[in-house]
Ligand binder design. Structure first.
Ligand SMILES: [Cu+2]
Length: 129
């Protein structure tokens, strides 16, 4: 009887775990640094995240940057891409020690630029799955 009950309890616990783990899967915040040396860049330049995750860009240095997901503000419109139906968005100027965060609700591939250093290669990609 005792063994029987123990077996029952452990199978319920296993079932409970398999049901609960997905519900506990929490959205994450992923950090991107806006670097100025040895070159202007987003680090990492490419992110793979899940819908509902947040990306936080921080500028640790003294050159102003932006996070611009707006083809109208890009030197080369092809450097910016948004999934269908997603409106352009982005930061204001991000000064030293400032940051900008965005939560990605819609899946798809996003490409963005720093509008001041796009032509120096300061571009990035966020892939949301
Ligand atoms: Cu920049």
């Amino acid at each position: 009887m005792t063994l029987h009950r123990r077996a029952f309890t452990s199978s319920v616990a296993a079932l409970g775990t398999s049901l609960i783990v997905p519900a506990l899967a929490q959205s994450r915040t992923v950090e991107v640094s806006m670097n100025q040396a040895p070159r202007m860049e987003f680090e990492p330049a490419t992110l793979n995240i899940k819908a509902g995750d947040t990306v936080k860009w921080t500028n640790p240095h003294n050159i102003t940057h932006t996070v611009t997901f707006d083809p109208a503000q890009a030197a080369n419109a092809a450097d910016v891409a948004l999934p269908p139906g997603v409106q352009p968005f982005g930061s204001d100027d991000i000064e030293e020690e400032e940051s900008y965060s965005h939560t990605f609700a819609a899946k798809g591939t996003y490409k963005y630029v720093c509008k001041y250093h796009e032509t120096m290669g300061m571009v990035g990609t966020v892939i949301v799955s």
